[in-house]
Write a protein that binds this ligand. Structure first.
Ligand SMILES: Nc1ncnc2c1ncn2[C@@H]1O[C@H](COP(=O)(O)OP(=O)(O)OP(=O)(O)O)[C@@H](O)[C@H]1O
Length: 182
């Protein structure tokens, strides 16, 4: 990877059957060959990556996630998170219920586990300023708080050494992977 520490991608999901039934129309389109989207006819927005409705989970994975798995093996923390309004495709993109998503999620882990090392993982949702541990659904939202540790790492929860953890976070309140509903 280059020295750029934060990369932002936008993904336009296809219209859903119910949206087609209601004759909804796409208002965004990806500029061919460029990481840009056009809203309406004249508002241009640029990103590091732009994926259209036909983009596969594999394409998103190869561009946005695979480089991070290599960083992890070098000991660099990495975070992938999705931002977007409800129904825009965050869960789908992070590995929803389609087989291709599962294969890609698994391949990310498989790539990591080819090399023996110790790793801790968390899977969190931040929604309306409340954190939810998606690996422990029974945990009360109120029990989880974001804190900085003595090394300046931002973390949360239960005395876990945050610096050893990798975060695959579905976030609803901050910018990372931007997802727009089309
Ligand atoms: N790229 C895509 N291709 C096909 N279907 C998609 C795509 N992205 C999302 N969808 C579909 O759109 C619907 C909404 O997606 P999803 O549940 O991932 O949204 P979300 O952003 O996680 O919503 P919420 O914030 O409410 O949890 C789902 O039916 C999902 O299967």
């Amino acid at each position: 990877m280059t020295e750029v520490r934060i990369r932002v991608a936008v993904r336009l999901r296809p219209l859903l059957p119910r949206e087609l039934l209601h004759a909804h129309q796409e208002c965004l389109r990806v500029v061919p060959g460029a990481p840009q989207v056009i809203l309406g006819s004249d508002q241009l927005f640029s990103f590091d990556h732009a994926f259209g409705p036909t983009a596969s989970q594999g394409e998103v994975y190869e561009s946005c996630v695979r480089p991070l798995t290599r960083c992890l093996l070098e000991g660099i923390n990495a975070t992938v998170f999705c931002y977007g309004q409800t129904g825009s495709g965050k869960t789908y993109t992070l590995g929803g219920n389609k087989m291709e998503s599962k294969v890609k999620s698994i391949s990310a882990w498989a790539e990591l586990f080819l090399t023996p090392f110790t790793m801790r993982v968390s899977y969190l949702e931040l929604y309306k300023e409340e954190l939810r541990d998606l690996l422990e659904l029974s945990t009360s939202h109120k029990d989880l708080q974001i804190r900085d540790d003595f090394r300046g790492n931002t973390g949360e929860m239960k005395n876990v050494d945050f610096s050893e953890r990798t975060f695959f976070v579905k976030m609803v309140s901050y910018v990372g992977v931007l997802l727009f509903s089309s």
